[in-house]
Each structure stands twice: as structure tokens, then as C-alpha cells.
Ligand binder design. Sequence first.
Ligand code: PXP
Length: 251
Amino acid sequence: MSRPLRLGVNIDHVATVRNARGGTHPDPVRAALLAIEAGADGITAHLREDRRHIRDEDIERLMASIDKPLNFEMAATEEMAAIALRHRPHAACLVPERREERTTEGGLDVVGNQDYLGPYVARLKEAGIRVSLFIGADKAQLDAAVAVGAPVVELHTGAYADAETPAAREAELSRLIAAAAYAAEIGLECHAGHGLSFDNVAPIAAIPTIVELNIGHFLIGEAIFSGLEPVLTEMRSRMDAARAVAGTPAA
Ligand code: PXP
């Protein structure tokens, strides 16, 4: 049985363009408000340690301006914990920023960092933040997510999106389907994202236990040609169509 499917819009690359000139235009908060008007169910922003796109004041302004959930992407560092605990966003997605935190699929190595992540996840949860872990489609990482107390995982779709042959793509899709099913079985809420576009979103949207997709780079890039609203409308309709085939209309 399928569940409703949410669309989270990642606005990082609006900030990338802004920062190229060092001023205030284009404003990622304006993009977030427009995305919400166009049907986004939430906004995702990654405050990187090097602040290469989103900045501290963007998070402050997003918290004050948007009326949909903010998914705050962050490395599992002390600096980011302090910022998350100060703002208390709806959700925090822990992502790897350094090589040693990362698995071969590019997800967070939860298995290898359980002792550190357990108390870290607990601190965020105690503050009422819904914690998700950005991981590869790997059973051991899913089991470790449960072990550290995370209620949510986001499956990394990068290997699927970047696959160079149809066979490789099919193989990655099969791994994602199996991982999403296993996540539901062990009680994890399952999200997915990275590298999703008009061309590759449907098979992911059709996976019945995935309840949220987080999409950024393609949407912001395509908006240069068509505008953010038509691009979001088109993405939503492709998600809905794939979900309808899977059994339940999108949220
Ligand atoms: N989900 C997570 C956890 C991410 O870190 C990102 C950004 O890399 C995305 C989703 C969105 O990926 P993209 O910008 O490729 O759509």
C-alpha cells in the first residue's frame, strides 16, 4: 500500500548564484516562499561548514518566514548541533561533509560512527527535532540508523541518477526498492533524494514506502528556463502520476 508523497524543495543553489556576486540577489528565502506557493510541502537547506551556499542568516530568515517545515541539512558537528538546537527546525538531516564520514555510495557511515551518532541524535530529538540520516541503500546502514535512534532515513539516489547504463540504473533502482521496503519493515520513515530530475523521478516516486523526495539542483537549474512555479508544477505532476500507478495519489 502506498503512502502520500511529499516534495521538499532544496534552495541551496539559489544561494550559490547569489554568492557568486556577494550581494543579496537572488534571495533563497524569496525562492522558498515561491516554492511553497507553488506547492512545495517543505523547504530543505544545507548550512555547510564552509558556508559555500546557505549562510547562517538565511537559516534565521527561513525560520522566521516560511510556514512549511524546514528540513535543515547539516554535518554532525558540534557547531551545527548548536545552530540546530538554537533554531529547532522541524527536521534535521545529517549528511556527510568529510571523506571519513562517507560510505562508497556517498551516504553517511552510520555503522562506523554509531557511538558518536547515538548521543548526537538523542540531543536533537530531545529538542523536538525530527532527525533523518542520509544513507546509501544498504541494510547494515538501515539497521544502524535504528540502533542510533533515528526515526527517519533519506536514501541517497545519486548512484541511481548518475548510472551510465540502463542496466546499472536498474540495479541501483532495485537496491533502492529493497532498502525502502526494509526501512518500512524495521519502522523507519523513508525519504529519498539527490540528482532527481524530470527524467528519473518517476521510478523513485513509485516506490510505495518512500514518503518524501528532496530535490534541488535540477529544479533550480530548470527554473532558469521556465520559472520556478511551472517547474514545480511539472515535477509534482510527474510524482503524482507515478504514485497513482503505485496505488495512492501524492499528498
Ligand atoms: N537530499 C540531501 C540529503 C542532499 O544533501 C541534497 C543535496 O545534495 C539533496 C537531497 C538534493 O539533491 P539535488 O540538489 O541533487 O536535487
